[in-house]
Structure formats: structure tokens, C-alpha cells
Design a protein around this ligand. Structure first.
Ligand SMILES: Cc1ncc(COP(=O)(O)O)c(C=O)c1O
Length: 441
């Protein structure tokens, strides 16, 4: 076998997730190490991380407190059973995390990913109504263009056609409110768009259609990330909260992306001043280092389960790796890093520089919208006729070549750098994107 055939074989064994496998394997993009804001590519070139990995490396790469915590933990206690046995650090982590949460979100259930957190939250919502004597509430509502991971619960309430169309009927009893993306009225908004509070009334429509007594929960991202950064119009989230309260519907915020400082507050619930009943998190919880997710619930939800004979399991749900000691150590090291360096509010300090930088691209070719909030940004491009998504992906390839990692979803370039970013990194990101936009057809 010649060298290139053996290389091909090696690349082909791995079926890559959410990747155009054949095109990637013709021209692989491989990174071999990382430090703070940068990866090193296999060819030795530097790559500035404009996306915090996949929206998860909020403290930047290879941070010493996290590395040391993981190293120490693996030598001390590598694994302990998640069911009927505990280890000290998971109780410490839970107590510290709930302190970051506003209101009565005082209990936390651990998972291993955003997708598992979403499915856990949906199951807790359904089970809650049942233990609370309202088992007629079986319906789950999501939102168009929502992304809630890739498990069956998450794609059922999710609203991205491409993630759903191959997988049959999914969960029954699910419906969706409409999305809030409105380029005709809100293009080039800085921060929250002015128009669209009335989109919240779409929940009223579904309540009337299905009857409130059948609806268990509404799940939404307070700011939709993976669908291309869709920001909630002013007044929208408070109105959603009001409608849920009025009809006894649980409100679940999927904060897998917005959690842990992305918008400039520890969580979006605080940023927007709207407190849901359940908060779904993952990603930034461990800085992306070890898989872990966490679902926060209000006191009344937890308390509703804590009845009946004490020797009986209250919730038949959990994962072999829920609260895994090594993941727990990574989360504690991450939390220490966030707090020591005040990273959970740093996006607020950098956001006006970030906002001005991203909006400076508004007159460049193909740009039909720019939006931003905290350290999140999106540049929406006019799709090339007959070749949707290709123009944005060409920008991605060009900036990668020049040493800046961005992300694309459809024809939208999405940005979410580590929260340790400095002004010169921001300048570099937008100057490379500007160059690429001038070059692509
Ligand atoms: C809002 C949201 N929910 C859930 C998920 C799924 O997380 P994971 O990929 O860890 O399963 C993601 C991932 O991007 C997300 O953005």
C-alpha cells in the first residue's frame, strides 16, 4: 500500500460528525495542540480560535487549573458509581453551581452533554406534572430554528429541518412556535432587535389549539446559537414567561451555549432578567475539556419528587457517567478559572469593542445582516444562487488558511471566541473575514 492509500484508509475509518466527510478527507484540517486563544495546525501554522471550539472553551485552551485538577483527580479517584454512591466533589460542584443561578434554581442533575441535558429536562418536565397530579400534560413545545442537540427528544423539539428529516416521526405530542428571525425589520440590529415581541403570542395560538391542560413545557434557547445566532426581540422573553405562568406551562431555557458567561452574565436568565423553571447546560461547564452537562431545576420541581417512601428511587433516570469524578474535577477547575479571572462577566466588558468591529463589515459584499450580543456575533450572507451554504463555507476555508477559525451554519458565519479574547484578536478575526468576503464570488 502506498503512503497516500494508507493515509486515506486512516482518515476513512473515522466517520466524522456534522462534517462533509469526503470533502474533508481530500483536504483535512488537523490541529495538534492548543494554548489559550490558539490552536497549532499539523503544518505548524497558528489558528486563532474564533469559536471557542464549539462554543465551549470559554476560558481558552489548556488552562492550568483545569489541567491540574484533572491530572490530580485521575490519580485519586478515577470513577465511582453514579447510582446509590457519591463522591465529595460532585456535591461541592452542585452547591457551587446553584449559587451562580438566580431565583430558586437550587437543584442540579448531571449528564454528559447538551443533548443528554435536553432529554433529561424534557423527561423531568413530563415526570413533574405526573407526580404533581397533572398527567394530562404530555405535550412538549419547541421553536422553529431551535437547536437542542441530536437525541430523539432534542430533535423532536428542535426546529432545524436538516436535523429532523431523516429520522421518522420522533416524539409524538410535540409542536413548535414560530421563530423570531425577521430580517425585513431587524437587519443590522446591535444587540436585541426592536421588533418582534408579538412573536411570543404564537405560544397563545398553540395553547388554544391543544388546550393548556395538555402542555407540559416549552423549551427555547434564550438566544438561538446553532441556527445562526437569532436574538430575542425586546420584550419577547418576559412575555413568554407570562404566558407560561398563566397556563402552568414549565419554561425550559436551553443555555448550552449562553451558559457560563457567553453574553456577559453567568447565565442568559440573569442577562435577560427572566427566570425559567429549568435550565439546561453543558459545554462551558467543563470548558469543553471533559464531557459533562447539568440541568438545574427550581425547588418546587425537586420537592415534588421528594415524597413517598424514602427507600424508593424518586426519578428513574441517570447515566453511568453522571457526575463522573474526572469530569467533576474539570468543572471545578473551570469554575475556579472563571471566578479568578472574572470571565463570567468579561463578555460584557469586551462587547462594545466586539460590536463595533463586527458591524464595521456591514458594507462588504454579500452581507445582508450582522448581529451581536455579548461575545457572540453573526454575519449573514446572501446565499449564492443555486448553491446555498457554499459562499459562507468558502469564507470559512479562506479564513482557516489565513489562521482564523470561524463557524458557518447555512450562509451565516457565527463567532463566539473564548472569553479571554483581547482587542488585537478581535481585529485579526474581522480583518481576515473582511479579506475573505472581498475575495469570494
Ligand atoms: C442550545 C444547544 N443545546 C444542545 C446542544 C447539544 O449539545 P451536545 O452537542 O453537547 O450534545 C447544543 C450544541 O451545540 C446547543 O447549542
Amino acid at each position: 500500500m502506498n503512503q497516500s492509500a494508507s493515509n486515506n484508509l486512516r482518515l476513512n475509518s473515522y466517520w466524522m460528525p456534522f462534517t462533509a466527510n469526503r470533502s474533508f478527507k481530500k483536504n483535512p484540517r488537523i490541529v495538534v495542540s492548543a494554548d489559550r486563544m490558539h490552536y497549532t495546525k499539523a503544518d505548524g501554522g497558528m489558528l486563532l480560535d474564533g469559536t471557542a471550539g464549539l462554543w465551549c472553551v470559554n476560558a481558552g485552551h489548556r488552562r492550568p487549573k483545569i489541567v491540574e485538577a484533572v491530572q490530580r483527580q485521575i490519580e485519586e479517584l478515577d470513577y465511582s458509581p453514579a447510582f446509590q454512591v457519591g463522591h465529595p466533589k460532585i456535591f461541592e460542584l452542585a452547591s457551587r453551581l446553584v449559587e451562580l443561578m438566580p431565583g430558586e434554581l437550587n437543584h442540579v442533575f448531571f449528564t454528559n452533554s447538551g443533548s443528554e441535558s435536553v432529554d433529561t429536562a424534557l423527561k423531568i418536565a413530563l415526570a413533574y406534572h405526573r407526580v404533581n397530579g397533572e398527567s394530562s400534560r404530555f405535550r412538549l413545545i419547541g421553536r422553529e430554528r431551535g437547536y437542542h442537540g441530536v437525541n430523539f427528544g432534542g430533535i423532536s423539539v428542535g426546529g432545524l429541518g436538516a436535523n429532523r428529516k431523516m429520522y421518522g416521526p420522533m416524539l409524538t405530542g410535540v409542536d413548535h412556535i414560530r421563530h423570531t428571525h425577521d430580517l425585513t425589520r431587524n437587519a443590522f440590529s446591535r444587540g436585541q432587535p426592536e421588533h418582534g415581541v408579538e412573536f411570543a403570542e404564537d405560544l397563545e395560538r398553540l395553547v388554544q389549539l391543544h388546550d393548556p391542560s395538555t402542555i407540559a413545557a416549552l423549551i427555547i434557547e434564550p438566544m438561538a446559537g446553532s441556527a445562526g445566532v437569532i436574538l430575542p426581540p425586546k420584550g419577547y422573553l418576559p412575555r413568554i414567561r407570562e404566558i407560561c405562568d398563566h397556563y402552568g406551562i414549565l419554561l425550559i431555557f436551553d443555555e448550552v451555549i449562553t451558559g457560563f458567561g457567553r453574553l456577559g452574565a453567568p447565565f442568559a436568565t440573569e442577562y435577560f432578567g427572566v427566570i425559567p423553571d429549568i435550565v439546561v447546560t453543558a459545554k462551558g461547564l467543563t470548558n469543553g475539556v471533559i464531557p459533562m452537562g447539568a440541568v438545574f431545576v427550581k425547588n418546587n420541581i425537586y420537592d415534588a419528587f421528594m415524597t413517598g417512601p424514602e427507600h424508593l428511587i424518586e426519578l428513574f433516570h441517570g447515566y453511568t457517567y453522571s457526575g463522573n469524578p474526572v469530569a467533576t474535577a474539570a468543572a471545578i477547575g473551570t469554575l475556579d478559572t472563571y471566578l479568578d479571572e472574572k470571565l463570567l462577566t468579561r463578555a460584557g466588558e469586551m462587547s462594545s469593542y466586539w460590536e463595533d468591529a463586527i458591524h464595521s463589515l456591514c458594507d462588504l459584499p454579500h452581507v445582508i445582516d450582522i448581529r451581536n450580543m455579548g461575545l457572540v456575533g453573526a454575519i449573514e450572507l446572501e446565499p449564492r444562487s443555486g448553491e446555498p451554504t457554499k459562499r459562507a463555507f468558502e469564507v470559512y476555508l479562506k479564513t482557516y488558511e489565513k489562521g482564523v477559525l470561524v463557524r458557518t451554519t447555512g450562509d451565516i458565519i457565527a463567532l463566539s471566541p473564548p472569553l479571554i479574547i483581547e482587542k488585537e484578536h478581535i481585529d485579526q478575526i474581522f480583518s481576515e473575514i473582511a479579506n475573505a468576503l472581498k475575495e469570494v464570488k
